[in-house]
Design a protein around this ligand. Structure first.
Ligand code: DLL
Length: 446
């Protein structure tokens, strides 16, 4: 553990720390941020009534639109000459959302990343191949400084130029890779294409995040890269990567939220009412210690659940894998659909490579979805019989037809939607070139 004292702090002490931090924070933003003063006054929140972390529900939410309205520096609680770094959050339209850090904020950022990497299996003295994008995105630089703080040697490759990444993985033999899960899949695909295998590289741990993924992709990456793959979560508005992290020896049980710094809540996506542990809803964070740009009850739009795991020595709460973002949820003929639900259905089909896209179109008034998924390289036959096929090809074709039918039935049974499934040759569906991969192609308005 990187910070045993804090990571195992008894809950009573953790609550006391959170309460002290919340009270200080609320007073500071009320005094320094006109947006929060107005918000509290309009909502009738008396700052002196916030006495502990249990009072957090009295506070109003902060939403992404508020950040846009205050662009660029409306949320600052410190003078600009106290800033040490400025990042922007990803977004494709309009102005980006700006996040700023003091020197202390950067220390916290590195601390939570160091804790995360350590929980993910990384150790001082190991080398890390960092394929998160360097630049305005918090992923590259955020992970970089946290890894250095932990005592690792960082190879700052950033995204893209996969050829060079493969060379460096072979030549430098790093034990840890950090990138998006979809880019880990790309790297594995490119290794296989070059007839390289696990013994040509030395990876042991993959610390993956920045986009939703499921156990299906975890299994694929662990097998193809020979690693233990864990989930790292974060968002720029809260700090960047390192808000939460899965422990490498507790895979599948959720990611520890470092709640001495980031207080999490799950609320109902329609009413904003707090939901009990274990229930799925919108994740909301209060940045208890951020100096430059703290946010109260920031509405992430990410959907997951929270729960405590009393069987482990770390005391912080765990969040489940993200189902997706509320704004990426498709509503198809009245049925809510996240692409991770489709991904989960690929589980158990060894003939499939979990690289896929959902194509959404409109036929008349009705929305249609087609799932395009790749077969793995052993199943390179195209559907449809023709000249030149061997008996083995015919058998594979029949197997593929039956898989496609089974997938369709599974989707209908589990999600309640009739959708088209097409199997594609390995390599036919665009792969990640480094950043976040968009698995949904929505053609309804084109
Ligand atoms: O993606 C920070 C990050 C970098 C996290 C590297 C992990 C690794 P943003 O660009 O602001 O920041 O995007 C934040 O990405 O609200 C989620 O919707 C999504 N996201 C981040 N991590 C995960 C994850 C970075 N592990 C948004 N699983 C968040 C699913 C994730 N979605």
């Amino acid at each position: 553990m990187y910070n045993k004292e804090i990571e195992t702090l008894p809950l009573v002490k953790l609550r006391k720390l959170q309460s002290e931090r919340l009270v200080t924070l609320v007073n500071r933003v009320y005094k320094n941020v006109p947006f929060y003063k107005n918000l509290f006054d309009e909502a009738g929140v008396d700052v002196s009534s916030i006495k502990s972390i249990n009072d957090i529900h009295k506070l109003p939410f902060t939403k992404k639109t508020d950040l846009r309205d205050q662009y660029p520096f409306g949320f600052l609680t410190v003078p600009q000459d106290k800033l040490a770094r400025i990042h922007c959050s990803s977004g494709t339209t309009g102005k980006p959302t700006v996040v700023a850090y003091t020197k202390n904020d950067l220390d916290v950022f590195s601390e939570v990343v160091a804790r995360s990497l350590s929980a993910g299996g990384a150790k001082p003295g190991m080398k890390m191949h960092n394929s998160y994008g360097y630049g305005l995105f918090t992923g590259g630089i955020g992970i970089h400084y946290g890894a250095e703080k932990l005592g690792m040697a960082v190879v700052p490759v950033s995204v893209g130029m996969t050829d060079r990444q493969i060379t460096l993985l072979q030549d430098f033999q790093p034990e840890v890779i950090c990138c998006t899960p979809s880019y880990a899949q790309t790297i594995a695909f490119e290794l296989e294409k070059r007839n390289l295998n696990i013994s040509d590289i030395n990876l042991k741990y993959a610390i993956l995040g920045a986009e939703p993924w499921t156990e299906v992709i975890r299994k694929d990456i662990e097998t193809s890269l020979g690693v233990k793959a864990t989930n790292i979560y974060g968002l720029s508005e809260v700090i960047g990567p390192g808000v939460s992290q899965e422990a490498y020896n507790e895979q599948g049980t959720g990611s520890y939220v470092w709640e001495d710094h980031f207080f999490p809540e799950i609320v109902d996506k329609d009413t904003g009412e707090p939901l009990p542990y274990g229930e799925e809803g919108v994740l909301v964070f209060t940045t208890l210690t951020k100096e430059a740009m703290p946010f109260l009850r920031y509405w992430t739009n990410d959907i997951c659940s929270l729960s405590y795991d009393e069987s482990t020595s770390r005391t912080h709460i765990k969040m489940g894998m993200l189902k997706g973002r509320a704004d990426d949820m498709l509503i198809i003929r009245g049925v809510n659909l996240f692409h991770t639900q489709i991904e989960e259905i690929f589980n158990g089909y060894h003939q499939l490579a979990p690289n896929y896209q959902l194509i959404v179109t409109k036929e008349g008034l009705s929305d249609q979805v087609e799932v395009k998924v790749e077969t793995n390289s052993d199943f390179q036959v195209e559907i449809g019989l023709g000249n030149g096929f061997t008996n083995e090809d015919v058998v594979k074709n029949l197997a593929l037809i039956s898989i496609s039918n089974a997938l369709k039935k599974n989707i209908k049974d589990k999600i309640g939607l009739s959708i088209k499934v097409t199997l594609n040759c390995c390599g036919a569906i665009p792969k990640s070139v480094g950043g976040k991969l968009n698995r949904i192609i929505d053609l309804r308005n084109s």
